[in-house]
Design a protein around this ligand. Structure first.
Ligand code: SAH
Length: 441
């Protein structure tokens, strides 16, 4: 199906209504347990206590996985945790400009790599679908550029509840969704602009083909193992039942070596580290796909370059929450180690960044876009636009805490994919937008 074949119009050029500004975003703090929290015996706590009684203390990674994505009781599985009434808020929920500029980024990469006849836009962990919605609005607005391109949307989402919300945000109500519980493609439909859209639980199930991958605040929810350096060597931090209080959990150190220790670098200088093997597996999958079929991956998150130590923390109702208290009622997160992501790409693809969100969005032309929207808007939309801009750009807020990181085929940076001009001895390579200034060719 061709893009825009059934698109009703250009979509709103003016400001779209957005959430009331947050009191807290997840990237702000990086230690846990300072807030008093209720001592609630949740179904998840009961489940974990049975599990620990049966098999012994569990790793922090297993704890995170159970608490966040257990199919029966996981935090992400059956609730909408985003927004003012939820536990945290993210950039796309704060400002429409964020998603619009990412839409421009994908189009700019598509153009720079030869305007492939088709591409898949694949989002990992799409939340409410707001980001993809904003990107699709830009695709519609630039319909004349994309008119001969076959686009399809692929969402990788573990949560049934959020998948339903994404479908409401993105699809045409009149065309019923096709649902197949047992199949790798859980749901299929058509977006409001007539583009095919499919849902998956796992990246592996997304068709391999020329794709642009997007992961915003996704890698930080993947399970981490935590290790502490001791005089006997690295020891993994585990979670056990507190012997003093039967329905309370506590951290303990493993008495001996545990398998995940292989993920620690030999020359590691820190005395406490967090490693995320699942992030490594996903990066390897993305890298293989991009090396094979082209495209790019854009990853945005809070994180560091292999320098931070204890970043595991919880959020509930826009407040820090003790990670071991009332599990299943709060979000759990850890900063992304971008140096590890780069290592896992393993030279199969080139990587760019991490670059601060403020710089990336500036390079993408956020100031011009803001001005256009302000000129077209009345109060109170203008105030909302300005406050949203401040929240995502201010270095004291999200501007410096969040980073952009990209995976690209080597040819993209060295020019081998471009047809050579007969008069040129070297192929021309346009800079990658966001990591340098946006230029249209
Ligand atoms: N990208 C969105 C939402 C971020 S919250 C935004 O920025 O607003 C994290 C998202 O990842 C949620 O949609 C959550 O349900 C999803 N998620 C968490 N773990 C996942 C996993 N293992 N596989 C797929 N999706 C997952």
């Amino acid at each position: 199906m061709r893009l825009l074949a059934r698109s009703g119009g250009l979509g709103p050029l003016c400001a779209a209504a957005r959430a009331v500004l947050p009191r807290l975003w997840r990237g702000k703090y990086f230690s846990s347990g300072r807030e008093p929290a209720e001592n609630q015996v949740t179904p998840m706590l009961r489940h974990l206590i049975y599990k620990i009684k049966a098999t012994g203390p569990i790793t922090v990674a297993e704890y995170m996985k159970e608490v966040l994505t257990n199919p029966a009781k996981g935090y992400y599985v059956y609730r909408d945790m985003l927004g003012e009434k939820g536990d945290f808020i993210t950039s796309p929920e704060i400002s429409q400009i964020f998603g619009e500029l990412l839409g421009i980024w994908f189009i700019s990469e598509w153009m720079a790599t030869g305007k492939n006849a088709a591409f898949q836009l694949v989002e990992l962990g799409p939340g409410r679908g707001t980001l993809t919605g904003d990107i699709l609005r830009v695709f519609s607005q630039l319909g004349s550029v994309l008119k001969n391109c076959d686009i399809s949307i692929h969402l990788v989402e573990v949560s049934e509840k959020l998948s339903e919300i994404q479908a409401l945000t993105l699809t045409e109500e009149k065309i019923p969704l096709e649902r197949s519980a047992g199949s790798p493609v859980c749901m299929r439909g058509v977006t409001k602009a007539g583009i095919p859209i499919s849902w998956y639980r796992d990246l592996q199930d997304v068709p391999k083909g020329y794709s642009f991958y997007l992961a915003h605040e996704f890698f930080d929810v993947l399970p981490v193992h935590k290790f502490q350096k001791t005089p006997q060597g690295w020891r993994e931090v585990l979670i056990d039942i507190d012997p003093q209080v039967s329905d309370k959990l506590r951290f303990v150190l493993a008495p001996g070596v545990t398998p995940a220790e292989v993920f620690i670098q030999r020359d590691e200088m820190r005395d406490h580290v967090e490693v995320c093997p699942e992030a490594g597996v996903i990066i390897q999958e993305l890298s293989q796909r991009i090396a094979l079929t082209g495209g790019a991956a854009l990853i945005a998150d809070y994180g560091h370059e292999g320098t931070k130590t204890d970043t595991f923390r919880g959020f509930c109702g826009h407040k820090l929450h003790d990670v071991l208290t009332a599990p299943g009622t709060a979000d759990l997160t850890a900063d992304v180690d971008f140096s590890y992501l780069r290592r896992m790409a393993g030279g199969q693809v080139a990587s760019l960044g991490p670059i601060k969100q403020q710089m990336f969005l500036k390079n993408m032309g956020i100031d011009v876009r803001l001005k256009v929207l302000l000129d077209k808007s009345d109060e109170p939309a203008r105030q909302q636009l300005l406050q949203g801009y401040d929240m995502i750009m201010n270095p004291q807020k999200m501007g410096e805490r969040f980073n952009f990181f990209a995976l690209l085929p080597h040819q993209r940076l060295h020019g081998r994919s471009h047809p050579m001009d007969a008069c040129q001895s070297k192929p021309s390579v346009s800079p990658v937008a966001g990591f340098g200034e946006l230029t249209w060719r």
